[in-house]
Design a protein around this ligand. Structure first.
Ligand SMILES: NC(=O)c1ccc[n+]([C@@H]2O[C@H](COP(=O)([O-])OP(=O)(O)OC[C@H]3O[C@@H](n4cnc5c(N)ncnc54)[C@H](OP(=O)(O)O)[C@@H]3O)[C@@H](O)[C@H]2O)c1
Length: 300
């Protein structure tokens, strides 16, 4: 039986980090510029702590400055906004990331919109979302959200031109589904964004040359929802507890074993989209530093 090609996000991300590190070395030597990324973590959410540690480690490994700011879960929104203002004004900080989710007494969107759009390396600020939608170039180019950017880099690497392909994105969150749809539209795909109210989702998915799953439901997308030969990008990261004290494991939003028999190519979970997110954050930090210094940003 045919088996899909594995799109190796882990290897691609390692290559991207190398390219980032080379650009950082060049910026230091030729411009005296060391890009800096500040990450703000509010509270003690264990998963967020792991992400923040990993981001800090990889930032330093690529030669950039990493600034970590931990704040107590009880901090007020005003105190967090004051921290964001301080980082907006700091010339050593080129990228600012406020780790989500924030404690429930805070308004995520208000905090994100307080970040200087030029330093918004997550690409979640309304200005960057708008620029992504309007296709801004040059000085008006958006910072692109890291996870969909990672998916796009994998798709371009695997398929070359995406022009004219039918793409279905399952999920419409501000951080993955919506920006993914915009990026695919910019690549001249014909895009459908599906969600929990979509009628006959399997039939919609079966139309897709490119199927992106960003749902958060373990193995929801079955093999017979996939068009033969399609390229499948599985963004989902779902933790399944082991039975009877067995080890927990991660699964995606796609039933991989079934999907492999039908798809042309697929990203694994783990080792697909996951490693691309932080690698794209590092790339975005270099891009932000270059734009702030008036230097042409490298094309990653
Ligand atoms: N690889 C990475 O680095 C990375 C980064 C971010 C997220 N993720 C993972 O990606 C997944 C999605 O994340 P997210 O933040 O976008 O999630 P989210 O904000 O919870 O959004 C989930 C989306 O899926 C849709 N949905 C839920 N149930 C559905 C169903 N039965 N049929 C069709 N659509 C359905 C929702 O539709 P409605 O809008 O109608 O409710 C919503 O638009 C999660 O597993 C997350 O862990 C991975």
């Amino acid at each position: 039986m045919a088996s899909a090609v594995t799109i190796d996000g882990k290897a691609f991300a390692a290559g991207l980090r190398e390219r980032v590190a080379k650009e950082v070395t060049k910026l230091k030597a030729e411009q005296g510029l060391t890009p800096g990324l500040a990450v703000v973590l509010v509270g003690e959410d264990p998963a967020s702590q792991v992400y923040v540690r990993s981001k800090g480690k990889q930032t330093v490994e690529t030669g950039m400055n990493s600034f970590e700011h931990k704040m107590d879960a009880s901090v007020s929104q005003e105190e967090l906004l004051a921290k964001v203002e301080e980082l907006n004004a700091d010339p050593a900080v080129h990228g600012i990331l406020v780790q989500l989710p924030l404690p429930s007494h805070m308004d995520d969107l208000a905090v994100i919109d307080a970040i200087d759009p030029a330093k918004d390396v997550d690409g979640f600020h309304a200005i960057n979302a708008g620029r992504l939608m309007t296709g801004g170039k040059g000085a008006a180019a958006p910072m692109v959200p890291c996870t969909p950017l990672g998916c796009l880099l994998l798709l371009r690497d695997h398929l070359g031109s995406l022009s004219g392909l039918t793409a279905v994105v399952v999920g419409r969150s501000n951080i993955v589904g919506k920006p993914m749809g915009q990026l695919l539209l910019q690549e001249s795909c014909t895009v459908t964004t599906a969600h929990s109210r979509t009628k006959d989702l399997p039939a919609v998915c079966r139309e897709a040359d490119i199927l992106v799953a960003a749902v958060g439901r373990p193995e929801m997308i079955r093999g017979d929802w996939i068009k033969p030969g399609a390229t499948v990008i599985d963004v989902g990261i779902n933790r399944i507890e082991g039975e009877a004290g067995g080890k927990a494991r991660l699964v995606g939003d796609v039933a991989t074993a079934e999907a492999r028999k039908v798809a042309g190519a697929i990203t694994p979970v783990p080792g697909g989209v996951g490693p691309m997110t932080i690698a794209c954050l590092l790339a975005n930090t270099v891009t932000a530093a270059c734009r702030q210094a008036g230097i042409e940003a490298p094309d990653f």
